[in-house]
Design a binder for this molecule. Sequence first.
Ligand code: SF4
Length: 470
Amino acid sequence: MTDEAKHKCGVFGIWGAVDAAQLIYTALYAQQHRGQESAGIAVSDGQMLHNHTGMGLVADVFTPERLRQLKGFAGIGHNRYSTTGSSRRHNAQPLMERYIGGQVAMAHNGNLINAELLRRSYEERGHIFHTSTDTEVILHLLASHHLTKEDPVAEALHHLQGAYSLVLLFPDRIEAARDPWGWRPLVIGLTEDAGYCVASETVALDAIGAKFVREVEPGEIVTINDAGFESRRFAEAQQPAHCVFEHVYFANPGSILFGDNVQLVRERLGETLAREAPVEADFIIPMPDSGRSAALGYARQSGLEYREGIVPNRYVGRTFIQPTPSKRRYAVQLKHNVISDIVRGKRIIVIDDSIVRGTTTRGKMEHLRRAGAKEIHLRISCPPIRYPCYFGIDFPDRSKLIAHDRSIEQIRDFLGVDSLHFLSLEGMLSCVTRPREHYCTACFNGSYRLNVEHPVSKLDLERHQLKMFS
Ligand code: SF4
């Protein structure tokens, strides 16, 4: 399991529903894996926007009564994990503001690498910010260009650098946009009895019975209103930089992402891993739940038996639900049981999707040893993560990545396993169908598509805000 790491957000929007809030709630529920810190819904009744946001899981934030109060036929929603700005209520999205153009609500997935620069320039001109998110700067851009530009949304987006899949709600329409590189997914769906919708992942469409129409193209804005949907470009599409890590770990296995089903890609990653690094063993066990899909592929390719030797405690949340290290440590200890009667005296291949800091993985390997495993051969279905992500995944800073300054042999030694293999970059990219240069692989090889000399880290905007008030 990719320990102590990263996550991003999920966005959703729908127009023309009898009870928009209920459908948005369902869609956010289906996208809960994309962010567990806060959730929010904003709806339009045609005249006004109404919203509610709160800390916690979707089901905690929205009671049936709360949903009934959100009356509207259209709306947007957001699942948040804090990639910039801390985990606080005021940072929960959708952000909602009133500006010279009226009301607007906004939900964002991704990270803007020039947010601090833009924010500073606005603050020097007297603008006041209410949150420490990178997203808020987009609202200021929108307001600044409202009177001077024919298409203020497009103009605002011209100023952004980085990753953004965005959904904006106005009383009379939804605007959905994707950055010109297409880092994060954003898809369009059509419901039978409501209208068009947009979502981060196709599993959200499935959850509300919507048909997948197509992806929002990189550099495209889609307007959804009573007339259906319309498309316009705000920028030329760049060479795509789809986040390959969405396939490795982040997205729901049921989703179609960048043209591929996630589960099938993960199985292919496992098959390729088995071809790259075969080893004699008694059976294969997955690291639950993150290694399951790749372990199926590894087992199929190697002909070895697939067994469950590590059992998750279903009543403990995903380790990374809590973003602070101390909370994570407790959750990790509670999270899994090793079945001694299965692993004792056996040579085991353990499959996981990735390793970030390595401390959680080491704990699990120790657990397997204590349970009597004779040999442990660890196989990881992506290359070593050596560089930070500036585009929406919250890896720890580089010095905390286990692979940043260690050789494979040193990592093997640290984890206490008999052998270790990470899938090669070529092997990983052979498992997705779009051309290999259409994927971002920067966290593996340091090849960033944009200049990241002055990136915004998770808490930069917060520090900036504190400095101003100290
Ligand atoms: S750096 Fe890694 S995690 Fe970040 S967008 Fe690129 S592939 Fe995804």
